[in-house]
Design a protein around this ligand. Sequence first.
Ligand code: ZN
Length: 193
Amino acid sequence: MNKDRKHVPIPIGSVPTLVLALANTGKMYRPSRQAIATSFDPFTDLQATQDLLRSWEIEGLVRETDLAQLQEVRDALQIFIRGCERHDYQWGLALQTLNQFATACHWVHQLSEKGTLVEKLSGPVAAIIAACCVTELAKLDLTRLKTCCRSECELVFYDTTRNRSAKWHAENPCGWRARAARSQSNERDPVDA
Ligand SMILES: [Zn+2]
């Protein structure tokens, strides 16, 4: 029996964590209770980068020379996400950059003192992160990667709604604030019937 392919839903795919975390570094956003939008690039500071990588459970000491590489991987990831629909020249270059970095990462297999196998990623931190990102990217639905619709927020998120209707990276604060701003402007400028 032939099924109509148009009606077969595309699976949501697995929600990326590192891809989002990396793509959102250095982006403008406006936290709740803050009057203006802000941004901070951790890859301009050695300690901030070390702390961030530890929170992502990426091992290894970060050196000054890693910072520029991490920025390069992050920038490539952001261009890749932005160009997912167009597949333009810049998108192709970004994909190439991600893959080149990922190539420098390899699996290491070691025997622990307990006699068990220990598997871990090895290589420069930027290579490890690129490898983890391409693994995540391959498991998700790229068309669900979106940028928050609130004008003061540039954060990327993964739309897990069945009908792909999510507009904001999170309800708090972006969804609430955007709706509040819209209702205020409707009150100010009522549309003539
Ligand atoms: Zn947002």
